[in-house]
Design a protein around this ligand. Structure first.
Ligand code: SF4
Ligand code: SF4
Length: 427
């Protein structure tokens, strides 16, 4: 509590966060900006206000995009302020039963979680398809507009090998890494996990893909269920064995941010893991180098908030995009795409206003491919492009890198790698 009071006191009420906060830029509501949220939480902490449903809505509506953290001249760590607020609200007002059940009973059990997702996949089959993107849309919820990607027939953890030897002779090689997938790469985009592993393998890196890894816990923390998040974090720390590998490599910006920022707060033993955590683009840039040739395609790049503002990683994924095609920087590439986790479901209109601006920025570049580094952003961009009838292809930077690496090069894939590539074509 003392720490959080100190954090709140840092705020000089200068209002600089108003120029960057996505929820404020759309709503123009002072309660929906860092300054307003700090003021509210300060009143609650001092006992001058009590947590109400309205207060909860204000504190839960923060995207945790960390743009204000980057912009704040007083160094207010809004991510910590919001995390504290959510834990306090969870304690005082409780967490809804379904969320609690998922966080405590389902997410920590890999097989049970798999069964839930399989059931969701079957239900998804009845949803209507989009004409411009490989998506289906939710006809009853979210006013019939939200497009969702298909859940894969086999998850990355089911389809990909647990151990993979590095084969290529490019880059430094002789490294051993653990790969962490996270829920979206595992269940929705296993082909991205496959590309990530293949890029590592082609650069001579030995890979462990622990089958008992769980969700990173970010949604659990977002609801303030700190005990459930700690249980999940402990299991991930154990299975990723940070002390036995050179690095933990991620393809999801939110998962890597959670492990770098939140795990050491939840568990002191997670410090080693946090120090060895790398986004795949950071890992390529720092340890492997670039061995690809540019494709004859116009490419642009969108910054995931959790990578650029949360981890300060802006240049490595751009380098991949620049090296992989005819690169054009879009206007305001660092602006939020509007996903913001479950906020985009409960506040789809705000999410769409941000998403539409992003789609127009992409359109203005004339790009055939928009690359990004987070599966959450991919999901949002696919939705927003489909709503506008745009057929711009959305890719993860590691897929783009892999394609440009392999195209035009006589480079027989090792047997295991060929097996991995099959999953890219599985529905
Ligand atoms: S920029 Fe920082 S100091 Fe200024 S109002 Fe926002 S949170 Fe407070
Ligand atoms: S983290 Fe993002 S959404 Fe939350 S207050 Fe800061 S800028 Fe606004």
């Amino acid at each position: 509590m003392k720490d959080i009071r100190e954090e709140l006191l840092r705020c000089a009420r200068c209002g600089k966060c108003r120029s960057v906060c996505p929820t404020f830029l759309v709503t123009r509501d002072e309660t929906k900006v860092a300054r307003g949220r700090v003021t509210l939480l300060e009143a609650i902490v001092q006992g001058k206000a009590v947590p109400t449903r309205y207060a909860r809505e204000i504190l839960m509506s923060c995207y945790r995009c960390m743009r204000c953290v980057d912009a704040c001249p007083s160094g207010v760590r809004m991510d910590r302020v919001i995390q504290h607020a959510r834990e306090m609200i969870a304690k005082e007002m409780g967490i809804n039963r379904l969320a609690r059940f998922m966080f405590r009973r389902v997410l920590p059990r890999r097989r049970l979680y798999d069964r839930f997702v399989r059931a969701a996949r079957l239900m998804q089959r009845v949803l209507p398809k989009s004409s411009s993107q490989p998506l289906r849309h939710l006809p009853l919820l979210y006013r019939g507009r939200r497009y969702v990607p298909r859940i894969a027939r086999r998850s990355a953890l089911q389809a990909l090998p647990e151990l993979l030897k590095g084969r290529g002779n490019e880059g430094r090689g002789n490294m051993k890494v653990s790969v962490f997938a996270g829920c979206l790469l595992n269940y929705v985009y296993p082909e991205i996990a496959a590309s990530l592993m293949r890029v590592l393998q082609l650069h001579g890196v030995d890979i462990i893909f622990p089958k008992s890894q769980l969700c990173c816990g970010a949604p659990v923390l977002a609801y303030g269920d700190v005990e459930a998040a700690r249980t999940i974090a402990r299991r991930n720390v154990e299975c990723l064995e940070a002390d036995k590998v050179d690095a933990i490599v991620f393809g999801c910006a939110s998962c890597s941010l959670t492990m770098k920022n939140d795990y050491p707060v939840l568990l002191p033993e997670a410090k080693v893991l946090a120090e060895k955590a790398y986004d795949i683009s950071e890992f390529v840039d720092k340890f492997l180098g670039y061995s690809n040739l540019p494709l004859n395609q116009v490419v642009t790049y969108h910054d995931p908030c959790h990578l650029r503002w949360g981890q300060g990683v802006a240049e490595p994924p751009r380098k991949i995009a620049r090296q992989s095609g005819r690169y054009i920087e879009m206007e305001n590439a660092g602006a939020c795409c509007g996903l913001g986790g479950s906020f985009s479901l409960t506040h789809y209109d705000v999410s769409c206003t941000l998403g539409e601006a992003k789609a127009e920025a992409i359109r203005a570049t004339g790009a055939e491919v928009v690359a990004t580094a987070c599966p959450g952003c991919i999901l949002q961009l696919q939705d927003q492009l489909a709503r506008k009838g745009m057929s711009t292809r959305v890719m993860h930077v590691v897929q783009l890198y892999e394609r440009s690496y392999l195209e035009g090069r006589v480079h027989p894939l090792p047997a295991e790698s060929a097996a991995i590539s099959e999953i890219a074509h599985v529905e």
